[in-house]
Design a protein around this ligand. Structure first.
Ligand SMILES: C[C@H](O)[C@H](O)[C@H]1CNC2=NC(N)=NC(=O)C2=N1
Length: 209
């Protein structure tokens, strides 16, 4: 059964046995912010949609709800390149984020609908499109550091060496945890693909391609 939630949401109610699954499908395109009777969504409605933009957080400042996400870029100039890529998307959507570049390499983007002083579907659409940009070449390779740290944590004495890859000794349970973590990092598509080759005698190798 399909239904509509608010002006633009379409969701499918899929009866899977006893459970009713509601999948919210983001509309493809922003609407002009001066569309008649466009109004800010409630905090409840916004929370319902946050799983669609899982890498973003929802914040409230001076009573205004916004979507926020941060990255660390390789350099100041790469930060501006990052903004340029975001600007292309924003211009195409006719909907614009607030861009912050502080401490030369810390990027934060906030998205909200100024015309209504809160969140609308446009903000979620734009967040999704920004999240879909392949910008890992501009970003500091936190993922590997994180994976290395995780590796060290998980592997105790063994640990990993090298930032663009490495190997370490860890038991199969730890390998399973690392595999899941690397899958999450790869799914975020923020950095190069991390190949993680667990082996059955505890030698876990990973490489950032
Ligand atoms: C008419 C056009 O939709 C408006 O000027 C747009 C431009 N971009 C915008 N971007 C955002 N984030 N909020 C707005 O209200 C907005 N208004």
């Amino acid at each position: 059964m399909d239904g509509y939630f608010g002006t633009m949401w379409r969701f499918h109610q899929i009866r899977t046995g006893f459970m009713e699954l509601e999948l919210f499908v983001l509309p493809k395109k922003c609407v002009p912010c001066n569309t008649k009777d466009l109004r800010p969504m409630t905090e409840e409605a916004a929370k319902h949609l946050m799983p669609q933009v899982s890498e973003w957080s929802m914040v409230k400042e001076d009573g205004i709800m916004k979507l926020r996400r941060s990255w660390t870029v390789k350099s100041f100039k790469k930060g501006l390149e990052f903004f340029q890529a975001v600007a292309e998307v924003a211009e195409a959507e006719g909907h614009h984020p607030d861009l912050h570049l502080v401490g030369w390499n810390n990027v934060t983007i906030e998205i909200w609908t100024h015309a209504v002083g809160g969140l609308t579907e446009n903000d979620f659409i734009l967040a999704n499109k920004i999240g879909g940009l392949r910008l890992h070449h501009l970003l500091r390779r936190k993922a590997v550091t994180e994976a290395v740290v995780k590796g060290k944590e998980y592997c105790g004495g063994g640990g990993f060496n090298g930032s663009a890859g490495g190997e370490g000794y860890c038991d199969l349970l730890v390998q399973e945890m690392l595999l899941r973590r690397f899958r999450d990092l790869n799914a975020m598509n923020l950095f190069g693909k991390i190949e993680f080759a667990p082996s059955d005698f505890g030698l876990a190798k990973f490489n950032l391609t």
